[in-house]
Design a protein around this ligand. Sequence first.
Ligand code: C2E
Ligand code: CA
Ligand code: CA
Ligand code: CA
Length: 276
Amino acid sequence: AKGDGRGKHKIYEPSMHSEASDRQVLENDLRQALDRDELWVAYQPVVHASTEQVCGFEALVRWNHPVRGPISPAKFIPLAEECGMIPKIGKFVLQAALKEAAAWPDHVRIAVNLSPIQFNDPGIAEMVGTLLKESGVRSQRLELELTEGVFLSEGALTDETFAKLKEVGVRLALDDFGTGYSSLGYLKKAPFDKIKIDQSFVRGAASKTNRNSAIIRAIVTLAETLGMDTTAEGVETHDDLNLIRELGCSQIQGYIFGKPMPGEDARALANLSVVE
Ligand code: C2E
Ligand code: CA
Ligand code: CA
Ligand code: CA
């Protein structure tokens, strides 16, 4: 019934009301989640495709709701973006992640997701620089993961922010590559160091048609030509792993090597890794 404006009467749907109030309740809970220590950060290993050595971790925020249990970030991050909580949550994740990374060997990188809302904050580069200094982590060890969302409200600020972040010295990754409408245009515009190939191309690629492989191969070739690394996300099976290796991705992230884990476990794993 929603959005159907062709002369029909609006029909009251109880489900609409309860969905709205459910959101409201969750939003209120989210506002208090940080103060109540309900948020924590998990770390998923990223490995070199050739040697399977850990080269870094991606920080992924977690919410342990006191009543509902764990709530997926796919659900609460959009909520946080809408209700104005994302700057606070994003800063919390960055701080926590840098603190962990400071305890890892120097060659192990930390990747942190940056919401478009954070990216569009004129003070973002300065904040990242300050947090890096406080943590003592070398700026080249931090990789910020951006999605095409950062280009949607494109203005003069976009170029300036990219330039400032490069000045701070962090690495930039284009996340969820291939899922948007004009990914190629974005590659041209911004100084990315890495492309993260979206799970929708990777997961089950070995059992899918050759088209999937062709797309992955093309992305890898493109990235190599532009001097960028590639990470294949969502590698779960040995068949997919073998295929992804053959296709030349430089790095791999997926359940086959490790799910997102608590900082303590990540630290143990990081300390096992050796320099390539
Ligand atoms: P993303 O940035 O694309 O992160 C990768 C997601 O894929 C993670 O889900 C990870 O657990 C999952 N994943 C990795 N390997 C596999 C695999 O082999 N199989 C399957 N089935 N899944 C795999 P997660 O942690 O639930 O996060 C979902 C999304 O929430 C993230 O997607 C990201 O967009 C957002 N997110 C998470 N943490 C943060 C954060 O701190 N800040 C922001 N802005 N967004 C975040
Ligand atoms: Ca990501
Ligand atoms: Ca991704
Ligand atoms: Ca995603």
